[in-house]
Design a protein around this ligand. Structure first.
Ligand code: ASP
Length: 319
């Protein structure tokens, strides 16, 4: 399925051709920006300065929201952002679904949404009259994060195919882990996870995925280590075992200097952010040259710029 003119809601939608097109455009944008500090001159299409991207975020975000805004600005588009329910009609009792319908009625060219997934909102999103990008839906999916993660793996490891990607931490509540599982497996990576029993994956899509009990052994196996934040805001009473004992969590699941001794020299460490220092990664790990967390953030801008320009049917001119 092509993503031109359509909504992009799940990693599952991406064909190999889509992935190749997004990555080659993101690479071109990144190179051009590094040498000329602009990318807007590469994009061809009518009324570029008139394009409007609406961001409707009802859950917190730093990187995703701002990198969509930076990407849109670099392309010459304008953005509208609704990210604080207190200053919107949500605080007056309007439902999130009606908020989506109303913002879409302003006819933006694209809408980026983040919300806690539920069947009503999901159904409304699928019927909006403008293309929508999923900027993170509850614990379900975060497909643009998976794209930028895969792009970063390609940048530093050369390819995704054959990579051994270890996901560490709260897989159960992680939309990032779900979207990465779909995308990275499709691209030929082997996935494994290392999680406390209470926070291990629940859905069928994780059946048969390798799991490690010991973090040291897992890190030794991996070529890519992806840390995940403990998603306390999504925990229910049955998950509190780990939430209550952060000290215990750190002891067993924090990637620190000891684990790095077993990690290959050409391996990389990723994390979608926000990193809670000392919980998922130690300060030592964040300073290690194999840690590519800020490269992921930079790549997020160019991957999202590539995605938006392709969805809007814009051509690029190679210089
Ligand atoms: N920023 C990522 C997300 O929105 C990861 C996280 O919040 O832990 O899913």
């Amino acid at each position: 399925m092509s993503i031109i003119g359509e909504s992009f809601l799940s990693s599952e939608q991406l064909t190999e051709k889509d992935i190749a097109q997004i990555f080659s455009r993101a690479e071109l944008f990144k190179k051009e920006f590094q040498s000329r500090k602009r990318i807007d001159h590469l994009v061809r299409g009518d009324g570029l300065q008139q394009k409007v991207v609406a961001l409707v975020f009802s859950e917190p975000s730093t990187r995703t929201r701002m990198s969509f805004q930076v990407a849109a600005s670099r392309l010459g588009f304008r953005t509208l952002s609704l990210d604080n329910p207190q200053v919107s009609s949500l605080s007056k009792g309007e439902t999130l679904e009606d908020t989506f319908r109303n913002v879409a009625a302003m006819m933006p060219d694209l809408m980026v949404v983040r919300y806690n997934t539920n069947p009503d909102a999901d159904a409304v999103i699928r019927e909006l009259p403008c293309p929508v990008i999923n900027g993170g839906t509850g614990a379900a999916e975060h497909p643009t994060q998976a794209l930028l993660d895969a792009f970063t793996i390609c940048e530093f490891r050369g390819q995704v195919k054959g990579e051994r990607v270890l996901i560490v931490g709260d897989v159960k509540h992680s939309r990032v882990a779900n979207s990465n599982l779909m995308l990275l497996q499709r691209m030929g990576a082997e996935i494994a996870y290392c999680s406390p029993a209470e926070l291990g994956p629940q859905s069928d899509s994780w059946k048969g995925v390798r799991s490690f009990d010991q973090l040291n052994e897992a890190v030794e196996w991996a070529t890519v280590v992806m840390g995940l934040r403990v998603q306390k805001e999504r925990h229910r009473s049955e998950d509190t075992g780990v939430g209550q004992s952060l000290a215990e969590y750190r002891e067993r699941y924090r990637v620190g200097g000891d684990q790095l001794k077993n990690f290959r020299n050409d391996g990389i460490l990723l994390h979608p952010g926000p990193v809670i220092r000392g919980v998922e990664f130690s300060a030592f790990v964040l300073n290690d040259p194999r840690c590519k967390v800020l490269d992921q953030v930079t790549n997020g801008v160019f991957v999202r710029a590539a995605l938006m320009s392709i969805m809007l049917g814009l051509e690029v001119q190679k210089q």
